[in-house]
Design a protein around this ligand. Sequence first.
Ligand code: FAD
Length: 341
Amino acid sequence: MAAPKVAVIGAGVIGLSTALCIVETCPSCSLTVLSDQFSPNTTSDIAAGILIPHTYPGTPIHVQKQWFKETFTDLFAISNSAEASEAGVHLISGWQVFKNTPKEELPFWSDVVLGFRLMSEAELQKFPQHRFGQAFTTLKCDCPPYLLWLEKRLKAAGVQMHTRKVADLWELQSEYNIVVNCTGIGAHQLVGDEKLFPVRGQVLKVHAPWVKNFIRDGDGSTYIYPGIHRVTLGGTREMENWSLSPDPGTTKDIFDRCCSLEPSLQVAQDITVKVGLRPSRQCVRVQREVLSQGGVKLLVVHNYGHGAGGFSMHRGTAKEAARLVRDCIAALQASSSRAKL
Ligand code: FAD
């Protein structure tokens, strides 16, 4: 059979990393990325890009740990390479602080990040409203540079990139053997997934180069994540809110909350406001599906629904999706050999 033709829909962190893993896992296929938006216009461009997992209640913890570990290992290698600066991937140390001792003192990812430990009394003095804290080193992607770096690697591998909105997966059936759905919140409309819902997030990007450590309130409401050029201040988690317009009252609230954690931010400069919709689901959908219409079949692999943790999990779920694409190719080759007999 001729080289199988694969289309990945979506050019956020999930689509681009899935495409890259398909190139690595199935080098014989002909791959195209189709997306209505590319960087800097995706949800992935808005994210802070820090690797701190959020738990998906419907996905087994050992699977989430495996996805996180694979992501951390691959990005740690990038951070140690000469590519680190262009890819925007760097190590970052900091604190996650709690007003009360959490039920789970050791999160499932504590032995994946580096140097995880409980904070000392002396460290906690920096946070007078908090009584418990964890210190560790993790990784952070500066999102637009990381997405551009992924795009560059895909183009170098001969992957085609086209701007196109896909209204129905079936419109791709005559051109491609396998379709990989990485459309984030777009899957709500594209495949009518009612289990997928937006969790709106508003963040501020500020100039405050003296802030070097991340600070995250353990309840996830307030965070300060320094990047290479800008510091991300957050945030909000508004379920089922589809609005992409920044809210000025929320901007002030985020700024005040972040200043109460890190008072030096009062003099931060050059504040810009961004809004994104986290593609949220009880469990990430990494799944193979065979669609059938009038006796014609369409092989689909889904990889969407990463909610608040797309960067934290992307390499792990991309590798799993690429293995599902490999299985689809094997099934196509087997049926093509049978047809020749
Ligand atoms: P997207 O980035 O939305 O990409 C989807 C792609 O599909 C886009 O290119 C879109 O144009 C395309 N598309 C959609 N529908 C169609 C269609 N019908 N036809 C063609 N193309 C289509 N995660 C972390 O791990 N760490 C963080 O620090 C972090 N911070 C965040 C902060 C905020 C404020 C927000 C909003 C999110 C944050 N996240 C974070 C979550 C992370 O951003 C998401 O999990 C991740 O970006 C999802 O990536 P995606 O590729 O699935 O979606």
